[in-house]
Design a binder for this molecule. Structure first.
Ligand code: GAR
Length: 192
């Protein structure tokens, strides 16, 4: 059975692109759309290049059911949050319970929660002189960064690392593991 995946992204979209390319030749996967909350975000340009449809939406459209109906109309099976920074409304969580996957650039529960995203995470990790950091791929529920953990991977943080260097190491882990974790999830959940 073909599975239909929607991606939500707010920024550059390098993970979104990596995921779409990974499944590029898989006839059983369709990327319905990239949903983005920010006009001018890098992910929109990537989507155009990758020939994936996009929808840019406002906070009110996110909360008044517009986006939920759009997801349903597009017969979405799975939602992937790839650098998406808004909390998901309850109605969407309920409609897609157990079918929303997020990636977070730290070893949750450390460095999660409101305001902890992207470079803020890496700055805090360096500031606190942590010796390791990593990625967490998890199911999404009503709270930021709290749902069931599907996968974690670690990387060492060296004394000389800057937040930018750490961001690069984390991105490498994300590119290497996020598509595989999605693939395994699809196999287990949908036998896809
Ligand atoms: C990624 O590192 C992702 O883990 C992080 O945003 C970055 C997006 O990069 N997500 C969060 O911080 C979510 N709380 P990208 O736009 O290049 O894929």
């Amino acid at each position: 059975m073909i599975k239909r995946i929607a991606i939500f992204a707010s920024g550059s979209g390098s993970n979104a692109e990596n995921i779409i390319r990974y499944f590029g030749h898989n006839p059983k996967i369709i990327f319905t759309k990239i949903y983005c909350n920010k006009k001018g975000a890098g992910v929109l340009e990537r989507a155009e290049r990758l020939k994936v449809e996009t929808t840019v939406f406002s906070k009110s459209e996110f909360h008044d059911g517009t986006i939920l109906s759009d997801l349903e109309q597009n017969q979405t099976d799975l939602i992937i949050l790839a650098g998406f920074l808004w909390l998901i409304p309850q109605e969407i969580i309920r409609a897609f319970a157990g079918r929303i996957i997020n990636i977070h650039p730290s070893l949750l529960p450390k460095y999660g929660g409101k305001g902890m995203y992207g470079m803020h995470v890496h700055e805090a990790v360096i500031e606190n002189k942590e010796t390791e950091s990593g990625i967490t791929i998890h199911l999404v529920d009503e709270e930021y960064d709290r749902g069931e953990v599907l996968f974690q991977a670690k990387t060492a943080v060296e004394e000389k690392d800057t937040p930018e260097i750490l961001a690069q190491k984390i991105h490498e882990l994300e590119y290497r593991f996020f598509p595989e974790v999605i693939e395994n999830f699809l196999k287990n959940k949908f036998r896809a």
